[in-house]
Design a binder for this molecule. Sequence first.
Ligand code: FVH
Length: 299
Amino acid sequence: MNEHAPRPAAATPVTVIGLGSMGQALAAAFVGGGHPTTVWNRTASKADALVSKGAVLAKSPADAVEAGGLVVVCVLDRASAQEILDPVTDQLAGRSLLMLTSLTPTEANETSAWAAEKNIEFLGGAIMATPDLIGNPEEASLLYAGSSSVFESHKAALELLGTSTYLGDVAARASLLETGLLASMYSMFAGFFHGAALVGTEGVTAKEFTALAVPWLKAMTTFLPGQAEFIDKGDYTTDVQSLEFNKGGLDHIIHISTDQGIGTDVMKPVAELIDRQVEAGHGPESLARLIEGIKNPKG
Ligand code: FVH
């Protein structure tokens, strides 16, 4: 061995507080990545499998915090996180705290302000994955916002969990972006369910429908960057597929759905958003103008 070769930096000790299904997956990824890993959970028995893999079970949250260069908290909600952290602020001072408990944007900013007051370096996070996907960068994506120095110093450890994206120093952003992504997902699923119900009226199975829906939806996502351009410019001028054109499309879907005897609960709100913009004189503009109706809901 070349004695002058640079030695690999020792892996940072990591603490994981909260060993529900997600916390266990996070801790297992750190252990697997060679980080000395200390864990704490209210119900200590949930640490058994991790301890057998090399994690150390701390006796108390205070001991757990003192063992970690990076302290990760992944418990039920903000109240339970705060219940654990409030008594250990002295131990947390000067350390890096990564909050992977789901918080609202307001809660994330409040927690960030609380941490700043206590001299704790705070990074908020949002996990776009289920526990079984943690450790798989192709499938698991984690969003971070807050202290850039916590993100940069612990980037290698964070990459063990999944693909990391840093969104800037406003802590609220991670949960805000997470919520935006989830909103997009639910609307897409609801549209797919409507389509499956519609084709099902003539005996087409959901499986047959899916074979067509997947490439169709994939192709449609290629239009999102163009829609984003309209939105960011705030200029919806277009000479293709205006709101008037799309109004015809939505009316058609609602008419056929009713004819086929299925509900229109999913499609009606989209049609109503279009109608409002057309009635306000924006018919020749792009479909992206719907965002204005979402931003300014009717009273
Ligand atoms: N699981 C998932 O797919 C999602 C993915 C997106 C992000 N979420 C968020 O992750 C947080 C933890 O979720 P989880 O799935 O691990 O949740 P559980 O398996 O239910 O475990 C809950 C843990 O919280 C501990 N806990 C609850 N209340 C308290 C309290 N008052 N004091 C101390 N600990 C508390 C609980 O402890 P125990 O019941 O085992 O003693 C678990 O460790 C969550 O914010 C998701 O929204 C996961």
